[in-house]
Structure formats: C-alpha cells, structure tokens
Design a protein around this ligand. Structure first.
Ligand SMILES: [Mn+2]
Length: 260
C-alpha cells in the first residue's frame, strides 16, 4: 500500500551526499503526449551514458498529475508511468541512483511507485552535499512562492492526511476527474495572476537557504530557468521545464554547476 504525500514526512530523505548528480524537473509527463516521454527518456539515457552521474534527481512535477500509486497496477506497458518506471529501474541497475521529490502536480507519488523504480523519495526541502564540500538546498519551489497566498492555502489543504486519505479512497475514474478539475483551476489561475506573484519570494528563498546552511539554492516549478543572485549574496539556480522546445537540466559535480 502506498504512503501518500507528506503525511509521513519522517519517511522521506532530507539530506543526500553524492559525487555527481544529473538534475531535472517539471517534465509534466502525460499519456496525452507520448513524444514528450520519448524525448525525456531519451535525454535521461543519453546524458547518463555521457556524464555517468552517481545520482539522478527529479525535482518534482515529473508527471502532469499523479492520482495514486495503485494506477501502476493497471497501467499498460506503453504508458508514461510504466515507461518511466522501467527506465529508472534500468538506470539504477547501471549504478545511477534515482531520487524523486514531490512537485505540486505529483505530490501523491508514494512508496509503491518509488520501490517500482528503485528510487528514493526526497523530502522538500533536502540538502544535497557534493563531495567537493558544496551544499545545495533542493526544493521543488512552490512552497517559496509565498506571495501567492491563495495557492499556499490550497497547497496546505491538499497536503493534509485527511484530504489525501479521502482522495485515495475514491475510485480511479473519480480521482481522474478531480485531478482534471484541479489542473483546469491551476491553468486558469496562472492566466490571471502576475508573474511576480507566481515567482519565488527572494526573502524567503534566502532565509531558507541560510537556515539550512546551504551555499546555494536550486529549484524548479516556476518554468523560468536561469541563475540569479539572492539578497543574501547566494546563487539561485532554476531548472527548465520540458514544454517544447524546452528541456534539459543541470549537472553538478566537484567542478560546480552547469546547464545541460
Ligand atoms: Mn510545479
């Protein structure tokens, strides 16, 4: 049986040490877009062969929606869910350990899913320590969008145990419907809110990075990739999304961070 969301935060890994990591996020895999699955899995395979990462870290919103791990029981071999599971399992066997953090779209990814792909679920936030000594604060990023108070209230509601237990007790078809409604609501809100409100709040980002003793911040979610300096003087890296023609991620090793 799967363990939903953050109802058991102790079960998630909050720190990770590695020699090198391939990071990506916001792929939004969906069975409506098999080409996106082809493109993303092809990229993971290619970059793993080229860079030989010790860790592969997906920093949230791997899927456009996740309605419960039990959908794996009936997912066909060509679905994006099964294809990702198979791909990560193979990468794990070749020595590239997969790690997955929840995004706001797939916060119900649980233990059944993680076990199926030989992945470890990361807590949000999580501190990544590179062998060189660099400490990177990893977060999906939505919890730092604090100017969007409506979203934060909505997020708190969805991350409670009772909401999740109630949701997961519904039949799959009904959960699909709820997920569709939530997605439409989110698209609507994105279209009427300003970019500033939906971005990370600098003061909160800087505070969290300092509080957890990290040298820099790395997140996804905003679909505004790049690098900037926060008010505490530390760097903030943002991962790209995968809506065409976007894609790619970040590479971290003893030499530092670079976009790939
Ligand atoms: Mn997101």
């Amino acid at each position: 049986m799967s363990t939903p969301g953050e109802s058991q935060p102790g079960a998630r890994q909050a720190a990770l040490g590695t020699r090198s990591a391939l990071l990506c996020s916001d792929i939004h895999l969906s069975n409506d877009d098999p080409e996106l699955t082809d493109r993303f899995l092809g990229w993971l395979e290619r970059e793993s062969i080229r860079l030989k990462p010790e860790s592969i870290i997906i920093l949230g919103d791997c899927f456009d929606a996740w309605i419960g791990d039990d959908l794996l029981d009936t997912a066909g071999p060509n679905t994006c869910e099964t294809r990702l599971v198979t791909c990560l399992q193979q990468l794990a066997q070749r020595g590239h350990a997969p790690y997955i953090m929840h995004g706001n779209r797939d916060f119900l990814l649980g233990d059944q899913f993680a076990n199926a792909c030989a992945a470890t679920l990361l807590r949000d936030p999580c501190v990544l320590s590179i062998d060189s000594g660099l400490k990177i604060l990893l977060t999906h990023g939505d919890q730092l969008c604090t100017a969007d108070t409506d979203y934060q209230a909505f997020r708190r509601q969805l991350r409670t145990g009772p909401w999740q237990t109630d949701f997961l007790s519904k039949p799959l078809a009904q959960r699909q419907e709820v997920a569709r409604d939530l997605r439409m609501q989110s698209e609507h809100e994105k279209s009427v809110k300003s970019m500033a409100i939906m971005d990370v709040t600098d003061a909160d980002a800087a505070f969290l990075t300092d509080q957890l003793g990290a040298d820099l911040l790395l997140h996804g979610h905003t679909h505004r990739p790049g690098r900037s300096v926060m008010s505490n003087g530390k760097l903030r890296w943002v991962l790209p999304d995968w809506a065409p023609p976007h894609g790619g991620g970040l590479w971290v090793d003893a030499a530092g961070i670079q976009a790939i």
